[in-house]
Every structure is written in C-alpha cells, then in structure tokens.
Design a binder for this molecule. Structure first.
Ligand SMILES: Cc1cc2nc3c(=O)[nH]c(=O)nc-3n(C[C@H](O)[C@H](O)[C@H](O)COP(=O)(O)O)c2cc1C
Length: 168
C-alpha cells in the first residue's frame, strides 16, 4: 500500500475473526517494530506477542471490554525506564520510545491488512502480573489486539486542520 493510504486505512478495530495471523505478516510487523527510532538508540522496549489461549485470557482480563478476547493475538508493549535515556530534568523517555514503536506496530499491521487498537485503559501493575513481569524492569505500556477485523471502525472524526497545526 502507498504510505498515506496506510495512514488512512489504520483505524481502531474492536471485534475480531478467529482467523490466525499469518507468520509472514507477523515477521514483517516485528521487523517494523525493530526499525523504530528511540532516544540515543537505547531501544528500551519489548513487545510480547501473546498467542497462547490461557495467557491471552489472563492478559485480556486486565481490560474491561470483552471484545479484546476475540483477537487471536494480543500484543503487549513494555517499556524499561532503567534502559531509557533521561532528560536533564530527570524524567525518563521510556514510554515515548515505546509509543513510537507501538505506532510502527499498528501501521505495519494496517499494511498487512490486519486490525489493531491501542489500549491504555488498564492498570499497569495488573498487566505486568499477567505476564509475570512484576519482578522485572519491564512495565506494560500499551496493549493491542492483532487479527482480522470482524467489525467496521467507528466513524472517522478529527479536529479541523487549523486546530492541530499552525504554520508560522
Ligand atoms: C494512547 C492511546 C490509548 C488508547 N486507549 C484506548 C483504550 O484503552 N480503549 C479503546 O477502546 N481505545 C483506545 N484508544 C483508541 C482511540 O480511542 C482511537 O485511536 C481514537 O478514537 C481514534 O480512532 P481511530 O484509531 O479508529 O482512528 C487509544 C488510542 C491511543 C493513541
């Protein structure tokens, strides 16, 4: 697909078919994640690709909406503050780096004809526990289903151009 078409095609999908995700598509998506830029190239992120039904069920239970359980794959993006570059003021950039990698993931999935949906409305501690990360420095930042859409996205609504950009 042409790049700008991918940007338009990517929408949040909130219901999935049980069709498996092709291995080649997953490979391409993981490579796109690996390409993501990070501050000082520290790459303080790790993506957990959860296919195992029991693990998926456990992870999906941290999110209040049941549609997440319909996806054949759930992706959990984790960040690691101890690995990340910090501003002089002291705040870690780990979640920014993980967010950029996450956007590479959703755009690559769109290119592969697969649906995703950023999910941040969950307690990080519960998500970490679901993936046995509590004793590690990895902290789940975002979740997303990955699979073929079984529903249309909600209608497209965006602010006006002049509200989101200003040419000075
Ligand atoms: C950082 C972030 C967090 C989000 N968290 C959730 C979420 O917890 N649940 C959900 O259903 N959608 C979530 N979304 C999806 C947004 O609601 C969605 O991107 C927005 O409404 C625009 O729709 P579109 O993605 O279909 O273009 C999130 C999106 C972003 C970027």
């Amino acid at each position: 697909m042409e790049f700008y078409d991918v940007l338009k095609k990517r929408r949040s999908i909130r219901l999935y078919k049980d069709t498996p995700v092709p291995e080649k598509s997953l490979e391409n998506i993981l490579e796109a994640i690996r390409n993501a830029p990070t501050a000082c190239n520290r790459q303080p992120f790790k993506f957990f690709i959860v296919k195992d039904p029991a693990k998926r069920e456990k992870l999906a239970s941290v999110y209040k909406e049941d549609w997440l359980k319909t996806a054949p794959v759930i992706v959990a993006a984790a960040s690691n503050e101890s690995m990340a570059w910090r501003r002089r003021e002291g705040n870690s950039i780990a979640d920014v780096d993980a967010a950029i990698a996450m956007e590479h993931f959703v755009l690559a999935a769109a290119e592969e004809g697969l649906g995703t949906c950023w999910i941040c409305a969950f307690e990080r501690a519960r998500a970490n526990a679901a993936l046995d990360l509590t004793e590690s420095n990895w902290n789940i930042f975002a979740l997303s289903p990955l699979g073929y859409a079984a529903a249309e996205p909600i209608p497209f609504v965006r602010k006006k151009m002049e509200e989101i950009a200003e040419i000075l």
